[in-house]
Design a protein around this ligand. Structure first.
Ligand code: NAD
Length: 297
């Protein structure tokens, strides 16, 4: 157990990610008052009756919520309840605009704020091995750093408010596009008669290598264990990939950035999730999708 000053923490949003993150903080000796509209706080968390109650008197309030709209409504409830000088740290993946709006409101109320989305998924949340990409002031970052060290293995302070969300969506735009091209390359290799294991052996040690190929290979039985070896059960669901790709496109539109490959990746995941069989499957299930297709669909 790592030792740091014991803090009073409010934790709001106890879903797949939030519950294990909050429990890791409590197990490390912090007092964690937790609230969720649907899930009951598990021991050793202290259950609060409302988001505002979880936030009252806390040194740091952490939110882990589904989207920007819900973050804004929770923030409107908890900001007035928080003590001046406390830090509001949102770890959800949300649109940059909502992150900036919440940071602005919190600052006006005399609070520190951080946007600190994560990568590492549910396994990273349970194992305390998440990576945090953080936007916000130096002082707020220094306050929350010991908590990032409990919940994760790395926290990168990316810049001012919004920079954490910006880093997250840029990373995931690369991930989505790279996964698609890795899957289409495997399907092409199949049709060219190339053995999948040979394809992996070459690409994973050549200039086509990537996290999608090397660490999360979409071909079953090839490379390290991945959701492909478990019938494409997530892992990282295609639905969540689509969410992040849409956020990247929204951000790109807001700053007039040209992102044609990101836009195409968004279209493909959108079709996969809403019209095909991608909903609820891992995002690497693009490989069986490509396997069954020809150039005209
Ligand atoms: P989840 O849907 O399992 O959890 C969200 C929780 O928020 C739910 O338990 C829900 O009841 C609660 N909630 C909704 N509205 C609320 C409100 N008004 N007040 C209190 N609680 C409320 O989602 P998750 O998988 O835990 O993801 C959380 C965030 O982390 C998302 O923004 C997601 O994009 C991001 N993320 C998820 C993963 C992953 O692999 N699951 C990876 C990286 C980032």
């Amino acid at each position: 157990m790592r030792r740091s000053r014991q803090m009073k923490i409010g934790f709001i949003g106890l879903g797949n990610m939030g519950m294990p993150m909050a429990i890791n903080l409590a197990k490390a000796g912090h007092e964690v008052q937790a609230f969720d509209v649907a899930n009951k706080a598990e021991a050793p968390l202290i259950a609060a009756d409302s988001a505002a109650q979880a936030a009252e008197g806390a040194d740091v309030v952490i939110t882990m919520l589904p989207n920007g709209q819900i973050l804004r409504s929770v923030a409107a409830e908890i900001i007035p309840a928080m003590q001046r000088g406390a830090v509001l740290c949102d770890c959800s993946t949300v649109d940059v605009e909502s992150a900036l709006a919440v940071a602005d409101d919190a600052k006006k109320a005399g609070l520190g704020t951080l946007d600190a989305p994560v990568s590492g998924g549910i396994a990273g949340a349970s194992g305390g091995t998440l990576t945090f990409m953080v936007g916000g002031g130096d002082e707020a970052f220094a306050t929350v750093k010991p908590l990032f060290e409990i919940m994760g293995q790395k926290a990168v302070h990316c810049g001012a408010a919004g920079a954490g969300q910006s880093a997250k969506i840029c990373n995931n735009m690369i991930l989505g596009a790279t996964m698609i091209v890795t899957c289409e390359a495997f399907a092409l290799a199949d049709k060219l008669g190339l053995d999948r294991q040979k394809m992996f052996d070459v690409v994973s040690t050549s200039s086509g290598y990537s996290w999608s190929m090397n660490a999360y290979c979409p071909a079953p039985g090839v490379g390290p264990q991945s959701p492909a070896d478990n019938d494409y059960k997530p892992g990282f669901a295609a639905d969540l990939m689509l969410k992040d790709l849409k956020l990247a496109q929204q951000a790109a539109a807001s700053v007039d950035a040209d992102t044609p490959v990101g836009a195409l990746a968004t279209q493909l995941y959108d079709r996969f999730v809403t019209e095909e069989d991608g909903a609820g499957r891992d995002f690497s299930a693009m490989l069986p999708r490509f396997e069954t297709r020809g150039r005209n669909g």
